[in-house]
Design a protein around this ligand. Sequence first.
Ligand SMILES: [Zn+2]
Length: 450
Amino acid sequence: MVKNFQAITNAKIVTPNGIVAGTIFFTDQKITEIKEGTKNVPNAYDANGKYVLPGLIEMHGHFREPGLEHKEDIPHGTRAALAGGFTTVFDMPNVIPPTTTVKLLHEQIDRYKHKSLCDFAINFGSSVNDISELEKVDPAEITGVKVFTAGHQTTPTTVPKLSDQAKIWEIAARRGFPVLVHAENQDLVTAREKEFQDAGRTDMLAYSEARNELVVEMSAWESVVLAKYYGTKLWILHASTRGEFDAIAYARTQGLQAGGEVTGYQLFFNSDDYKKLGTLLKVSPALRSPKLNHELWQMMRAGMIDGICSEHTPHTIEEKNQDVWKAVSGTPGVQETIAAFLTGWIGNFGEESLEEGLQRLANCGSTNIATFFDFPQKTGIKVGNDADFVILDTKGEWQVKKEDLFTKLGWSAYEGMKLRGRPVATFLRGELKYEDGKILNEQKGMWLKK
Ligand SMILES: [Zn+2]
């Protein structure tokens, strides 16, 4: 039986404003007090001196239902999320049929209510044929609208034309919801991929060179110019270059609300890793060179990056193990991202920077995302917020094994690697949901309506 805890004690608590050694108290799913010290606390979970972070938000979850259940489903995906320290997930709309109408949105909300172990919200989708749905959708029922500016092999809903993008940006601005943009320029992608294919290149580096910085930076600036013109709130998904964050910074100088995320895999891996992992690391936008990857870490440390997510994108191993141009894009990772981030952080900045890395992770993985998307109850470990926590083992090493994984297909680019910072316990609104490799109950999460 799971005990009803009312506190986590003997903890190093990562709040938005610093780390407190002591106890977090919670009642009725909410945080009631954060106090230094650990004396005689009744009904307390003993963190044994470990760090406690807010439960993170996977704002970029491809959980594949409906229509793609051969890759993943909501129960498996959200179990993996809890085991990975993510207590809230935002669903991505490139399912079959894609979530591009109000009717399908309501079906998706209902599906998650019955199947998601995490709290959840839905990223509404867009397609050229369904732009008028954006006039009907209730902004309180969505995080915003996701726009693919360039073809993602898993979706039919690409909006490559600037004139169509302009319509979406205008409606989003007028109706008050953000645009979440997958920013790659389709014209450049098409021409550059053809160029490399015609040259007979079949190596993964050719993929990164084809979908290079020009491709993403061009689209990011186009998105920012549209946002500036219409006054749209803009979030750039899986950004991977300095140029994209420069575009976001410029948007802010124009008084816009703008932000961007990086994925755990863009930080942890670079194009050198293709040698060993090949198409398992085919992702879009593509992995960057070691030099650009280093720059991304420097930007993370400097506070130039707003969000971090996993972009959990499962495919079957057969779909991945094809030639470079046919293999599908994306890699799973919601369970590994926290550990991958901390391992990479320590590798780049040293053991003595661990607490700085934890603080950055808490702010980028929870506070900043919840603030931008207007979910005040999820903005980190603060009195009044939801009691969502993850406790991390920052000392021991986790050698990632297939049998540890909760995803449906159970493969991972991280398999066999030794990572630091594995989650050992996850609480959702005060309830212990995951501990030491086990999901403790299958009770469903709540829909986050604004
Ligand atoms: Zn995605």
